[in-house]
Design a protein around this ligand. Sequence first.
Ligand code: DX5
Ligand code: ZN
Length: 221
Amino acid sequence: MYYLSPSILSADFAVLGEQLRRVEAAGADMVHIDVMDGQFVPRISYGMPVIESIRKVTGLIFDVHLMVEEPLRFLEDFKKCGADILTVHYEACTHLHTVVTQIKRLGMKAGVAINPATPVDVLRHILREVDQVLVMTVNPGFGGQKFLPDMLKKPGRIMELAREEEISCPDIQVDGGISLENVREVLAAGANNIVAGTSVFCGNIEENIAGFKEAFANAAE
Ligand code: DX5
Ligand code: ZN
């Protein structure tokens, strides 16, 4: 099963509610919400009040990507404002196991993200606890960056680790620089959850989403 998670970082915030309705009607599976704290990454994006207000306009799954240092402090707040999946960075958590356990205790799905420079193998002992691994295919912090092709090796290694640990493989999400030009390659590498910001929101949203869905259908054959 393949999922498309459009990243609202590239949406037009002046008409965010309307754009979310279009994304939902066009068949997106979830919505990717990038929260940046100005410390883990150089920029500040948006947080709980924005999530709370868009929760009112769409029934889509909220896939929240926390680019935040020590996110343990905020897990409950994100649950309250409507997050369904909470992904934290391996590099931002001193006690990753505690964070993941707490996300699940609060009733959300738990994801762990790794930066481009972080090898997949650091996840071996947390893999059985997580619902999703997020492979960053750019350095986090900005939309519209160039895809790093070397990252295509990571999904296969995640599947290998899951086999070695004798557990079912979590969803493999990829994020950064993914477009209709490279999505086929990314799916062939083993990812099943595609985050796309620029390539969904720039140009015609409906046509862009249809393009991704077509790539999913071809990959499933
Ligand atoms: C980058 C964010 C991404 C970003 C992707 O730090 O995590 O989700 O919005 O944007 P594109 O698809 O434009 O690279
Ligand atoms: Zn993201």
